[in-house]
Each structure stands twice: as C-alpha cells, then as structure tokens.
Design a protein around this ligand. Structure first.
Ligand code: FAD
Length: 412
C-alpha cells in the first residue's frame, strides 16, 4: 500500500485500558473518526476480571462468577469515567460494593483491625504540625509520617499504602495519593459492574462510535504527511492526531522515532510488578469472616483482595497480590491456603497473572510537567497511569484533559 492510499483517520488511540477508552469515547463524541489499537484480545489492561464461564460450561454452578485479578474498586469521584458511562446509558448498572473493612495479617496469621495499629497519642501530637504542609515535593513517607507520626506511619500507613499500590509506598509522591475530587452523588460511593470492572469498560465499547481492533499491537510510529503513521502486524494506518495510552515502557519504545528526547526520558521512569494469584472456594469453606481485603505486614504478599463486597451465593474468591520473585506456584498456593485456613486441595479454580505499574518517585510530577510543556502544541497526547496518578480516576481525568487539548488544537 502506498503512502497515499493508506487508511487515514482523525485519531488513533494505542491501548484499550481505561485511559485509551475514555480518550476514544471523548474523541468519538466530538465527531472524530477514531480507531483504537489494542495488543491483547481484551479491553482493560490492569483492569482484569477473571470469569469462570471460560472454565465452566454455561448453566453449571459458578459459571456467572468473576474475580478481579487487577483493579477492584472504583469510586463516585471518578467523574470522567462515569461521564463516559452515562453517554452509553449504563450508569444504572453500577453495582454498589457492600461496606466491608480491611484487616492486617500478622506473621502468625492473626488478624488485626487497622485501629489497633494506631497510636492515638502520637497522632494527636503530630497532626497539628503536619496538617498544613504542602504535598508537592514531599514523599508519602515524609508527608503522611509528618501527619500521623513516624511510628504510626511504619506500623499502619506504610503496609496499608503498599497494599493499595502493590509496591513499597515510601518514595511515592504524596500529591498523587488521595486527591480530593468532586463526587457524583447519584452514583454509589464504591462500585463495580456486572462482570466486574472489565465489564464496565466493555460497556464503554458496546455500540461505541469508535472502531476497536483487538490483537493489533503497534510496533512502531513515524511521522507522515497526514500526521503519524502507525505500524501493526496487519499493516500501517495513518492519523492526524495520536494518543498513546500504553504503559510507560511501551510509550518509550513507540516514541523513539517521533519524540526521541521524550522517549529517552520515559525509559528512565521505573516500573514495579506484582504476582496475582486468584483462588475460588466453596462459600462455606474458609472461616474468614467477610472482608474487603487483607493487608500483609512484612509478608510474601502486599494484599489480598476479596469478592466479598459483591457476594456470590455459592462461591468466594480471593486475589493474593504477591511480591515479585519470592514464591513459586506451589508455595503461593500453600501461603494462600494457610491465610484462608483451608488446604490447596480446597481451591476449585486458580489463576495467576503478572501486574505491572509505574513506580514514581517524588520528582515525578515535575518531570511530567516538563514533558507536557514540550507536547503542548503537538497533535500527540500521552495518557496513562504514569502521568497523573495510578488510580482509574486519575487515568480517566488525564485522558479527558489531554483529549480535550487535542480537540482544541487549532486546525485539528
Ligand atoms: C493489582 C492492581 C490493583 C489496582 N487496584 C485499583 C483499584 O482498586 N482502584 C483503582 O482506581 N485503581 C487500581 N489500580 C490502578 C489502575 O487499575 C491502573 O493504573 C489503570 O487501570 C491503568 O490504566 P491505563 O489504561 O493507563 O493502562 P493499562 O491498564 O496498563 O492499559 C494499557 C493497555 O495498552 C495495551 N498495550 C500495551 N502496549 C501496546 C502496543 N504496543 N500496542 C497496542 N496496545 C498496547 C495493553 O495491552 C493494555 O490493554 C490497580 C492496579 C493494579 C495493577
């Protein structure tokens, strides 16, 4: 195919995680012709709902069961995500999560409530000194340690934040954790969706005005007369505007030709990984009382996330987010069984996957601001969880603002 008759669209979005899909929905709603290219056979990326229907025949008990292997909870402060869902008329389908707490797991297996780990006296002394301090330029350890006291940080907050982030939290930028955002009061405070959070993203795609192509991994990007030429195994496409909605290491590779300086910078953004083990049990098997999740303290896992907030009639599910490279499969099964008070033979279904996330440091938001300044007038947007915070809401917010920037570019 020559350069002239190459398929050309207004915008190509690379990656169909939440960042790519919110961008694509917004571009398409503005009347642009949009193609989304996704490397895998599903939407979601870090949002990965494992369905037993793939292992069990339809109609058999448990065929309707799903368990989150990645992200598990969305909040009504995720406005740009909820706006996209409203566009598709699917807001009423949100599944509220039952209010359940988190417990810490001690090395001896005993469970402890978070409040038991809080020294109230130390918190009362520290709070007046810490409360007015600015977050920018401070790490999580510095800012939250200043707020509640170093001992409280070490005992309570460090393991809790590591459980949230599936990685050590100390050096993480404080300004990227728990930002206040307006809430959509008509939506449940915490929710999932039929089929899990991946079902929510699938709802953004069903009947959407953009064209989503699966198993269309992009291997390279170059400049061309129209704007950008994007290479896949199935051939090349061209677009006037390009949105990269891939993990930071993939973005570094794809930018190497069109923005080599930014690509070199992105290559140095660190990533972390964690090993998820999902296990499914008959509902009555484990004596563990219903709980949203467990927090590991110096354990082989950062956290255990459960299906209990959206209970199922006959099954319970638990996803252990293990630290990378510590345990083999058999040792993970044994550790999971010990925590749940069962034996590995009690697990009806087991699934493993690797999750990857950025591991930003305190200087990270300033580096992103410098990249944004360089791209301000370019028909190219970087969206994803390394640019504005890790949460689904942070990703959706970044996707919306960057898509709006492209839509507003003169001559776009
Ligand atoms: C274990 C875990 C638990 C979490 N829990 C929560 C939670 O409860 N609540 C919350 O708000 N957030 C949570 N998060 C964070 C949140 O899920 C992620 O930060 C967010 O979903 C990232 O979305 P994204 O679209 O930016 O990137 P990703 O989800 O990484 O999506 C990137 C997509 O790009 C595709 N891709 C990559 N390279 C190419 C290529 N060359 N060509 C085409 N496609 C490509 C990938 O296949 C993928 O689909 C969690 C994350 C993890 C890992």
């Amino acid at each position: 195919m020559t350069e002239e008759n190459i398929e050309t669209v207004d915008c190509i979005v690379i990656g169909a995680g939440v960042s790519g899909l919110v961008s694509a929905a917004r571009m398409a709603a503005a009347g642009r012709k949009v193609v989304v290219l996704e490397a895998s056979a599903r939407v979601g990326g870090c949002i990965h709902s494992w369905h037993l229907r793939d292992a069990i025949r339809a109609g058999e008990a448990g065929a309707d069961f799903w368990l989150e292997l990645g992200a598990h909870t969305a909040y009504n402060s995720y406005s740009q995500l909820l706006e996209a869902l409203r566009e598709r008329g699917r807001l009423d389908d949100l599944l509220p999560r039952e209010k359940l707490g988190y417990s810490f797991v001690g090395a001896d297996g005993t469970l402890q409530s978070p409040l038991k780990r809080l020294n109230f006296f130390q918190a009362a002394v520290s709070l007046p000194l810490g409360i007015g301090k600015a977050k920018p330029g401070r790490s999580v350890a510095e800012w939250f340690g200043g707020l509640l006291g170093r001992g409280n940080y070490r005992r309570l907050l460090a393991p809790a934040f590591a459980a949230v982030l599936s990685q050590p939290a100390d050096a993480f930028p404080a300004e990227w954790l728990f930002r206040r955002k307006p809430r959509m009061q008509t939506a449940p405070r915490k929710y999932s969706f039929p089929g899990g959070l991946q079902g929510l993203l699938e709802a953004l795609v069903e009947g959407a005005a953009f064209d989503l192509r699966y198993q269309a991994g992009v291997s390279g990007v170059t400049r061309c007369e129209a704007g950008y030429k994007v290479m896949t195994a199935a051939g090349a496409l061209a677009c006037r505007q390009l949105i990269l909605a891939v993990p930071v290491d993939a973005a570094a590779v794809l930018l190497s030709n069109v923005q080599p300086d930014i690509a070199r910078d992105l290559q140095t953004f660190p990533m972390s990984s964690s090993e998820a083990l999902g296990v499914v049990l008959p509902a009555g098997k484990s004596g563990l009382k219903p709980v949203a999740g467990l927090i590991g303290v110096d354990d082989d896992f950062w956290s255990v996330v459960t299906r209990d907030p959206i209970p199922h009639d006959t099954l319970r599910g638990f996803t252990f987010h293990f630290r990378p490279g510590r345990l083999d499969h058999a040792a993970k099964l044994a550790r999971a069984a010990a925590v749940l008070g069962v034996t590995p033979a009690d697990f009806l279904h087991v699934r493993e996957t690797i999750n990857r996330l950025p591991a930003p440091g305190v200087e990270h938001p300033r580096r992103v601001a410098a990249i944004d300044a360089r791209l301000a007038r370019e028909p190219l947007a970087l969206v994803g969880n390394y640019l504005n915070g890790l949460s689904i809401g942070d990703c959706a917010e970044r996707a919306a603002t960057e898509t709006d920037r492209l839509l507003a570019l003169q001559g776009a």
